[in-house]
Design a protein around this ligand. Sequence first.
Ligand SMILES: [Zn+2]
Length: 407
Amino acid sequence: MNLRADAALRPTLVVENARSESGEAVDLVLSGEVIAALGPDAAKAAADVPRFAAEGRLLCAPFVDGHIHLDKTLIGLPFAPYIPGDTIAERIDAEKRIRRQVSGPTQARGGKLIEQIVTYGTLAVRSHVDIDTEIGLKGLEAVLSLKQSHGRLIDIQTVAFPQSGVMRDPGTADLMDAAISAGADLVGGIDPAGIDGDIEGQLGAIFAIAARHGVGLDIHLHDGGALGAFELRQIAGRALALGLGGKVAVSHAFCLGELDDADFGCTADTLAKADVAIMTNGPGPVPMPPVKRLMACGVRVFCGSDNIRDAWSPFGNGDMLERAGIVCDRQNFRSDADLAEAFALVTQAPAAILGRPRALEPGAPADFLLLPAGSVAEAVAARPSDRTVFRRGAMIACGGRSVGAGE
Ligand SMILES: [Zn+2]
């Protein structure tokens, strides 16, 4: 790595003797909330500036959770037993029953989850937020208020998510339109066939909202097999037709893990042509998208946590390094190159999908991590709990605990 610096930025803090992802000893010079210089011996040009000793720890970009539900989590409440349900529709009904009984504001639970995940090193999330005719925009208002109250810790992008369906819950499309007007960043969707039984109807409605507001989409798709693949191609076709290439993602897309070669090849090519990205969380006992095979076809893949301690799952903690390990297990990733790819799935890949500022370089926000690992592969394998987290130039967490501005 060559010394890179922005001479116009006055140094305020030097992070000395870190290790870059390529293994070089580097210094990082901060100027307030941004990076002023990065490279071997960068500290020499910043005499008389406070020092932080990185002691050879790995310097890397923060984690980005590409799929979370800040409005659903029950974190902070007494442990809620999982209510069994065989179908997505049954789970939706169970969640609504829980939602009616839950005590305390959504902001409090979502805030607790944010405070937890920043200690792991996650500094940006894409949060889907339920929009339906029962809750209206209340969940969105709560998450938008978290964006303000917790903005010093994390960047939040929101998706207006029709958990109960669009056609199945008449009035939802209008609410989603209102959600975008109220500040949601993207339009969501869910199983146009499996939930709504009307592929044309749901896709027509959600793409119309996106086109009207000039925003992207992120659609939950659990429908399996050839049906799911057909829906993926329909989504890609609409993205291409509306000029939304690069602004559309499909979350889960389990079907990609159970297609024959011909169907997979045709579907992956269609996704690549429209630059429709795929989010996976390395799901449990269901098929999952084959990560390397999709990337070889030119499809962007990124990771998220999905449900954390809510009506859909009693599990999860929001640790994206753990998530990378789960994906490695599911995809049989073992080599250093594979583990580095898994690391990118929780850092660079979701950062690009969320339109985050470029990587660690002069002029970029001083959001970064220091990990006790010799390489990103070791970080994925060892999953160290001792993480030092800097947000906008200030240390907010160390050793798994909030510090300073994050206290
Ligand atoms: Zn989800």
